[in-house]
Design a protein around this ligand. Structure first.
Ligand code: BG6
Length: 472
């Protein structure tokens, strides 16, 4: 048995994102974004109602207060503030987040605000081709200015963009559907470069407008091990990590590409177009911390031309081949290998490379769940997952990593990528399914009570040998 302790100022939290919980996708003047217009699979819930947080926000915040979290990470929907992504501000949209923020502060919960979590205004795609054009950078900058000016007196912790890696590859998020395969392959890196420029502008504005504020990116960190000790697999893993994580983070922190990656992009004719004046904005504006989302580790092996089209697009490459981590347990929804130690390894890699404070902004266990007859959810596996990952947080802090906090994904059951409500991560159950919105009532899962107690004690006891989510 290990007693796992945390510093007194550790930021215990939970996370959510606007389009995954709010619903009300066209209410009170909200405009459509790419996640509203994307095609969802037949039988899977869309953003119209989601977890109906827009109408349950007061009750939801009282649940957060009951849970005892010190911080709550949520995202602001760009199209509630600017329905077209540009132009006139929607006062009702501003008001919604005013209410939310004030209520959080009344409970002493520190807001941690993601400015943009996958939901790009559809109008910016229709009018400018979204992140393919520099106009979208200007629109994001204007949006950032409104957020900092309006909420900066109360919100001190900001996240510029959630998971650029997903946005640049996913047409559901970036909205770019009119290019052929070759053009799209190149467009991915142009979108990435423009997002990196946009977030640098947000860092600059945040530091100017919220003088006691802090800001950083939220990276989908891919911790990749070589599949074997064959040096070619080792090199493949290095390539994959550079390509999937360090390329974006080096741009965020150092304002430049890793040399190896840049040369690869140039060789493959994929390098983005840049302007000389970008240099100054990229070099001079640094984040205050790095937020990262971590669910699992991966392995890479040398690329031999074997097909990898069963993998999500961002894992397909001719530099490496991504494979699941077979030494770790896999489950129905956790398909790459659950690896708590890998989260500490990730922190070490990130801190060694960037020497910035870290925040874990997503980490959680996905499962298919149904309410019992007594309205309970006995999510022991989720508790096991959280315990073992938090244990690694505590060890990382002991090893000298400045880890500011941990926000579990997710607060409520919410719309999951392509799987809607058939896959759930919440500590709070939302009573609906994909095809039946039922009464949308909230039920605290067993993990809610476990987390509440851990936060209250600022410590918990774990049996390291007992991994109750698996058998490895
Ligand atoms: C992260 C996203 O990529 O992973 C979240 O920031 C997402 O928005 C989470 O919900 C889990 O992914 P999925 O597809 O299982 O919901």
């Amino acid at each position: 048995m290990t007693n796992v302790k945390f510093p007194t100022d550790f930021l215990w939290g939970v996370s959510s994102s606007a389009f995954q919980i709010e619903g009300a996708s066209t209410e009170d003047g909200k405009g459509l974004s790419t996640v509203d217009t994307r095609k969802v699979k037949e039988g899977i819930a869309d953003t119209a109602i989601a977890s109906d947080h827009y109408h349950h926000w007061k009750e939801d915040i009282s649940l957060l207060a009951e849970m005892g979290v010190k911080t709550y990470r949520f995202s602001i929907s760009w199209t509630r503030i600017f329905p077209s992504g540009e132009g006139e501000v929607n006062q009702k949209g501003l008001q919604f987040y005013d209410n939310l923020i004030d209520e959080l502060l009344a409970y002493n919960i520190e807001p941690l605000v993601t400015m943009y979590h996958f939901d790009l205004p559809q109008n910016l795609v229709d009018k400018y081709q979204g992140w393919l054009s520099r106009e979208t950078i200007d629109c994001y900058e204007k949006y950032a200015e409104v957020l900092f000016t309006h909420y900066g007196d109360r919100v001190k912790n900001w996240i510029s963009i959630n998971e650029e890696l997903m946005v640049m590859y996913s047409q559901d998020f970036n909205g770019i559907r009119n290019l052929d395969e070759k053009q799209y392959k190149k467009a991915v890196f142009q979108m990435m470069y423009h997002m990196s420029l946009a977030e640098k502008k947000a860092f600059k504005l945040c530091h100017e407008l919220v003088t006691d504020g802090k800001i950083g990116p939220a990276n989908a960190f891919q911790n990749i091990y070589p599949a074997t000790s064959d040096p070619l697999d080792v090199e493949a893993a290095m390539n994959a990590e550079e390509f999937l994580s360090y390329m974006l983070l080096d741009l965020s922190v150092k304002g430049k590409f890793p040399e190896n990656t840049l040369r690869y992009l140039q060789k493959e004719n994929l390098a983005p177009e840049t302007l000389p004046e970008d240099e100054e904005i990229l070099k001079n504006n640094k984040p205050d911390y790095i937020c990262f989302n971590y669910y699992a580790s991966l392995c890479a092996e040398v690329y031999t031309g074997l097909a990898d089209d069963h993998m999500p697009p961002f894992f397909r490459s001719n530099m490496y081949r991504i494979v699941p981590n077979q030494t770790k347990s896999l489950s129905e929804w956790m398909v790459f290998g659950i690896d708590p130690v890998g989260m500490r390894i990730s922190m070490r890699k990130l801190y060694n490379r960037y020497e910035l404070p870290l925040m874990i902004t997503e980490n959680g266990y996905a499962d298919s769940e149904e309410l019992s007859d007594t309205f309970e959810i006995n999510d022991e596996k989720r508790i096991g997952y959280l315990q073992l990952h938090l244990l690694e947080c505590s060890k990382a802090i002991d090893e000298g990593i400045p880890l500011l906090g941990y926000s579990a994904w997710s607060f409520l059951d919410s719309l999951s990528g392509r799987e809607g409500f058939s896959k759930r991560y919440g500590l709070v159950y939302v009573n609906r399914t994909d095809d039946d919105t039922k009464d949308l009532k909230r039920y605290k899962k067993k993990s809610f009570y476990w987390y509440q107690n851990a936060i209250k004690q600022n410590e918990f006891i774990v049996d390291e040998g007992k991994k109750n989510y698996d058998n490895k």
